[in-house]
Design a protein around this ligand. Structure first.
Ligand SMILES: [Zn+2]
Ligand SMILES: [Zn+2]
Length: 342
């Protein structure tokens, strides 16, 4: 079969002819119908985060149809529509046992530590697969499994309850999902903070109150719109010290700030005024959990989340076109979400 693979970091991905992957007793062979090209893939190609063993087929946002099943697979049949949870976990270590399997001691992410979905076919254990309802297009099923899932995990980590107010800092791929999910979870109001007008407009169409951080101080604006109280939940999805501080300072008493934006730089907090005096919390967010994906898929089926606007382009399984998309992801800050449809 054909697969688009990382052969060497810092070099373009290459199309290679590889054997069809072997199918274990608990595995499922998926014919890939859609594979999202994620910003992480640009990092992998550039060598900014490790990928091994090389060469390796990238692609961790995958949806498709079951082509074949191993002898011990009971939950799936040939022809089923499926989407893939990108973490392949053991299911029995301490972390898997307690339902925090993103820390599985032998966990391997597809498209990073084992072959992923930039290919005609992909093999995954049945326990990493979810049924994709007919109402959800393959493209949306694929990208849902990364940024939308992480947005949901962030809201869950922040313990969002119905009737609470949410501020989302950064309405790119994660943020647009976060706005819709917060609404689906019963948030009273969602404030979408960004500096790009087109992103703010999209967030507003999805029911959020736009806060243009290029024109006003977002902390003051969020406080103004909440009678000075602030929000119970703030999500930081950008990864900059400035936006982390803003998210934290926007909190109401007993507020929770969930940080999912990846950054290396330190940020500052005023311990008495902002943390102690409000009994506020700062919470780290890493990946997502398999059990959260069922909710996500159900909300997508019911139309409570719709990623139709998020998918901006489709490309064939072809190395040149995929490399071009990765170049764009590297060079432009504009949000684009391209899906490979082999
Ligand atoms: Zn991704
Ligand atoms: Zn495990």
């Amino acid at each position: 079969m054909q697969a688009v693979r990382l052969v060497e970091p810092g070099r373009p991905l290459e199309m290679q002819e590889v054997p069809l992957p072997e199918l274990g007793a608990k595995d499922v062979l998926v014919k890939v119908k859609a594979a999202g090209i994620c910003h992480s893939d640009a990092h992998y190609r550039a060598g900014k985060s490790p990928v091994h063993p090389l060469p390796l087929t990238l692609g961790h946002e995958v949806a498709g149809k079951v082509e074949a099943i191993g002898g011990e697979v009971a939950d799936f049949q040939v022809g089923d529509r499926v989407c893939v949870h990108y973490m392949v976990t053991c299911g029995h270590c301490e972390y898997c046992d307690q339902g925090t399997e993103q820390f599985c001691t032998t966990g391997k992410m597809i498209g990073k530590y084992r072959d992923g979905g930039f290919a005609e076919y992909c093999v995954v254990p049945a326990r990493s697969l979810f049924h994709l309802p007919a109402e959800v297009p393959f493209e949306q099923g694929a990208i849902m499994m990364c940024s939308t899932a992480t947005a949901l995990h962030a809201l869950n980590k922040a313990r969002l309850k119905p009737g609470e107010r949410v501020a989302v800092f950064g309405v790119g791929g994660l943020g647009i999902s976060a706005v819709q999910l917060a609404k689906a979870m019963g948030a009273l109001e969602v404030y979408a903070v960004d500096i790009k007008e087109n992103k703010l407009a999209m967030a507003q169409r999805l029911g959020a109150v736009p806060v243009d951080a290029a024109r006003s101080d977002p902390v003051a604006e969020v406080r103004r719109q909440t009678e000075g109280k602030g929000v119970e939940v703030a999500l930081e999805l950008i990864g900059l010290p400035e936006t982390m501080e803003q998210a934290f300072k926007s909190l109401a008493v007993l507020g929770r700030a969930a940080i999912a934006g990846i950054g290396e730089k330190h940020f500052e907090i005023a311990p008495y005024a902002d943390l102690i005096n409000r009994e506020a919390e700062i919470i780290g967010v890493s990946d997502h959990l398999a059990q959260e994906l069922n909710h996500l898929i159900e909300w997508a089926r019911a139309g409570k989340i719709d990623l139709g606007e998020v998918v901006t382009e489709k490309v064939p399984l072809e190395a040149g076109e995929i490399n071009e998309v990765l170049d764009k992801l590297e060079n432009f800050s504009e949000e684009i979400r391209v899906v490979i449809t082999p």
